[in-house]
Design a protein around this ligand. Structure first.
Ligand code: RIB
Length: 328
């Protein structure tokens, strides 16, 4: 497994996914096309995406003492992840109901179960990993105090702290964001954060159409050093604070999505955040743009497979499909 380079603190969910022409309306029952149960959870998906880029990954998470939890442990081992599991006998492993419509769009309901029981002391007991790693990556499918503890520990060990604010947590506040170096919201999460923390109302569906200067000004309102707003089929938008552009020439720019034959978008955002964390290690010393271009390619490939964790591409497949990711 090697010396830890990236730590992911997050969730594991057993995903129950249905494919259907369109999601049912209220009061409607519809026949699905097929059903699968597979590994998911934003944390686990991101840990798998990161590890498959050839970067030594530690995953800190909580599981129930049940069949889904046993599957999680086997899968983490198969992917070479150094998993630090908190096993709970009083909660079930997290689960997710996912409806994937023709065209790949998804809708998700999560029952977080054991993920909510990940506690501060268990995170702090993994200090050995924080002592050698370079990057911490977290999301918001856990008890938020555990996430705060992870960010604080990462600060004390001078790790780059990446937060994928998904799903936006009711207790997410400015103090938590102040402990983040790189934030990766999608359009909906970005709009929610602006409304909650800055009392600014924006229509998430109109964000991709905004000009770069306006998006940059909105991004700066959140006070995080670097924001990467993922815009689905429209790619992503990067906004840096002027004090630290992470090696980029520009304070803000947009990157188009990499081409893909989309089957299922579940986990595409996780592929992006996991590959971004890995890229901060793999492409250390290169402009941030290289990291983002690689993450974009990983996200595109993740949409071409069914499911979440299982659809994450490895480094060799990304290079085989798109060539080396370089500064240009
Ligand atoms: O981002 C996709 C993930 O969200 C799914 O795997 C599901 O478990 C939910 O956490």
């Amino acid at each position: 497994m090697g010396t830890p380079q990236v730590i992911v603190v997050g969730s594991y969910n057993q995903d129950y996914a249905w494919r259907i022409d369109r999601a049912p309306q209220a009061g409607e029952t519809r026949r699905g096309e097929d059903f699968r149960s597979a590994a998911g959870g934003k944390g686990f998906n991101q840990a798998v995406a990161c590890a498959r880029q050839g970067v030594a990954t530690v995953f800190i998470a909580a599981l129930g003492d049940d069949a889904a939890g046993r599957t999680a442990r086997e899968l983490a081992t198969a992917d070479g992840i150094d998993a630090r599991w908190l096993l709970r006998s009083d909660a079930a492993t997290g689960s997710a109901c996912i409806v994937v419509e023709t065209g790949g769009q998804n809708r998700i309901i999560v029952a977080l179960g054991a993920n909510e029981c990940l506690d501060v002391r268990f995170v702090q007991a993994q200090a050995d990993a924080f002592a050698t790693a370079h990057v911490l990556l977290a999301q918001l499918e856990n008890n938020i105090e555990a996430t705060r503890a992870a960010l604080a520990l990462a600060r004390s060990h001078r790790l780059v702290r990446v937060l994928n604010p998904a799903p936006v947590h009711a207790q997410l506040d400015a103090a938590l964001l102040a402990d983040v170096d790189i934030l990766t919201p999608n359009e909906t999460e970005f709009a929610l954060l602006l409304a909650r923390l800055c009392a600014v109302d924006v229509d998430p569906d109109q964000l991709a159409a905004q000009d770069d200067a306006r998006l940059h000004a909105l991004a700066r309102r959140l006070g995080v050093g670097t924001l990467v707003i993922t815009l689905g089929a429209h790619g992503c938008f990067v906004s840096h604070a002027d004090e630290n552009r992470r090696g980029d020439a520009l304070a803000c720019y947009r990157l188009a999505a990499a081409p893909a034959k989309v089957i299922d978008t579940t986990g595409a955002g996780d592929a992006f955040s996991g590959a971004l964390a890995a890229g901060l290690v793999r492409f250390a010393g290169q402009p941030f743009r290289v990291v983002i271009e690689h993450a974009n390619r990983c996200a595109a490939l993740a949409t071409e497979g069914r499911g979440a964790a299982s659809a994450m591409a490895d480094y060799a497949s990304v290079i085989a499909r798109f060539g080396e990711t370089r500064d240009h």
